[in-house]
Ligand binder design. Structure first.
Ligand code: C2E
Ligand code: MG
Ligand code: MG
Length: 450
């Protein structure tokens, strides 16, 4: 008898989730495969719902794992209360739950349950403090979408992912188009790995003009991907994928080295103040990679002044300790920091001061419609005055014509960047551009001095 008890205990341990007491992934897969068999015999449908809590990691990080565990237990109870006896629920791990709704008549009945789950999770959680959470739900139907277990789980996952992308706290059905876009993405990831191996990336440079001195000693490094068949691919299309896959670390380091060497070279040959700014994504702050850049420069005996790091307001607003520590450490090591796309996010003045930002880059959306008396001009002027009061320099992005340049320059803007001066170009053309610009502008300046 004792042995039987022990076996039972072991079986229970292997099949049930320790925290919530729900079936675990293993038992769930067992049940799911039985349900599929049943669909084949009875032709009755079921719906598979994948429920993922939104922002659970933050709850865990801020309230502690203990409280996180309590929330998971409470969430599992609440979800169960939305189900019938005949339905199945399991915890797949982390903050992921899965539900099978049996013998469904129509979409309406599925949606009623899904909405009920979203509503019940929205109610406050009475932990040590009151906490709030929401969930995103992906739904796939069997046999309509598939009769394969692996595929059903994948469908639900893609649908859940789409619900998150749509703004969270939503449910979403799987569609064949999702399958298509997931495949396109997978292909893109494969091609990007290949691009790293075969060195298909290039760094382009776009000059940044000093308005007052009419002089160029700054530029921004912008990545380009020369795809063997599709030609130049815009970073907007592949940077997010590099970020999601973590490949951004490796590629970002490569860009950083190229830019630092290029700036160092230009300091020696062209202008001893030359500085090139490099874009860094939040991911590179979360892992150590931006900190590695300090040693990288040391190793090349290049001064940190040759580069500036461009971060977005999102990075700045991350209140996690890691990000702020990294930012301050970069500052202490002599790196300058630019705040990119300023005006599109929600950063506060307090942050600009706290992190000792050096440059503000006014987003192109404000520069695009600049004209005398326009509200965008008032905004640009306000940003410039505010920045100067705080001791920051201002760079205007997306300057495309002379009028914009004059308005910005009159408003006291320090620097401008945009197609009016030059598009981003490869390093060779960039050096050529610098020489030509110098030849056009330097003589008069020298004449004035003499
Ligand atoms: P960003 O950092 O704000 O870069 C400025 C973008 O504006 C560049 O687009 C540039 O080509 C474009 N631009 C410059 N002047 C003008 C203009 O006068 N008019 C218009 N319409 N556009 C102008 P690009 O090169 O396509 O890069 C897009 C974004 O991709 C960048 O925005 C940046 O967020 C990201 N990115 C580019 N290179 C890197 C990189 O090496 N690392 C990371 N993490 N992100 C990068
Ligand atoms: Mg930038
Ligand atoms: Mg920008």
């Amino acid at each position: 008898i004792q042995l039987a008890e022990r076996e039972k205990a072991i079986w229970h341990q292997a099949n049930y989730d320790f925290l919530t007491g729900l079936p675990n992934r293993r038992l769930f897969q067992d049940r799911l495969s039985h349900k599929i068999d049943r669909v084949i015999r009875t032709h009755k449908s079921f719906a598979l719902l994948l429920i993922d809590l939104d922002g659970f990691k933050e709850v865990n990080d801020t309230l502690g794992h203990d409280q996180g565990d309590q929330m998971l237990i409470e969430a599992s109870n609440r979800i169960q209360n939305c189900l019938r006896k005949s339905d199945t629920i399991a915890r797949l791990g982390g903050d992921e739950f899965v539900v099978i709704l049996n013998d469904i008549e129509n979409r309406g009945s599925v949606e009623t349950v899904a909405q009920k789950i979203l509503d019940t999770l929205m109610r406050p959680f009475k932990l040590k403090d009151t906490a709030f959470i929401s969930a995103s739900i992906g739904i796939t139907l069997c046999p309509k979408d598939s009769l394969e277990m692996v595929e059903l789980l994948k469908n639900a996952d893609q649908a859940m992912y789409a619900a998150k992308e749509n703004g969270r706290n939503k449910f979403n059905y799987f569609t064949p188009e999702m399958q298509q876009s997931a495949m396109t993405r997978m292909l893109l990831v494969k091609e990007l790995r290949q691009a790293i191996q075969e060195e298909q990336f290039e760094v382009f440079y776009q000059p940044i003009i000093d308005f007052k001195q009419n002089r160029i000693y700054k530029a921004e490094a912008l990545i380009r991907w020369r795809h063997p068949e599709r030609g130049l691919v815009s970073p907007i299309q592949f940077i997010p994928v590099l970020e999601d896959t973590g490949l951004i670390t490796e590629v970002g380091e490569w860009i950083f080295i190229q830019a630092a060497q290029q700036a160092n070279k230009l300091r020696q040959t062209f202008d001893s103040d030359f500085q090139i700014s490099v874009n860094a994504s939040p991911i590179q702050f979360h892992n150590q990679s931006v900190i590695d850049w300090i040693d990288l420069l040391n190793g090349m005996s290049i001064s940190p002044h040759v580069v500036a790091i461009e971060i977005t307001e999102n990075t700045l607003m991350e209140t996690t300790r890691v990000v702020s520590e990294h930012l301050l450490r970069l500052r202490d090591n002599g790196f300058q920091v630019s705040l990119d796309d300023f005006g599109t996010g929600y950063s506060s003045l307090a942050y600009l001061k706290k992190f000792d930002i050096d440059f503000i880059k006014i987003d192109q959306s404000f520069v695009r419609n600049l004209s005398t008396h326009s509200s965008d001009l008032a905004l640009c002027e306000a940003i410039i005055v505010m920045s100067h009061k705080l001791g920051l320099k201002v760079i205007a992005e997306g300057v495309e014509n002379e009028e914009q340049m004059n308005l910005l320059s009159d408003a006291g803007c320090d620097y401008g960047q945009g197609y009016f001066f030059s598009k981003p170009v490869d390093s060779e053309s960039f050096e050529q551009f610098l020489l030509e610009f110098d030849a056009q502008n330097a003589p008069s300046e020298k004449m004035m001095q003499s």
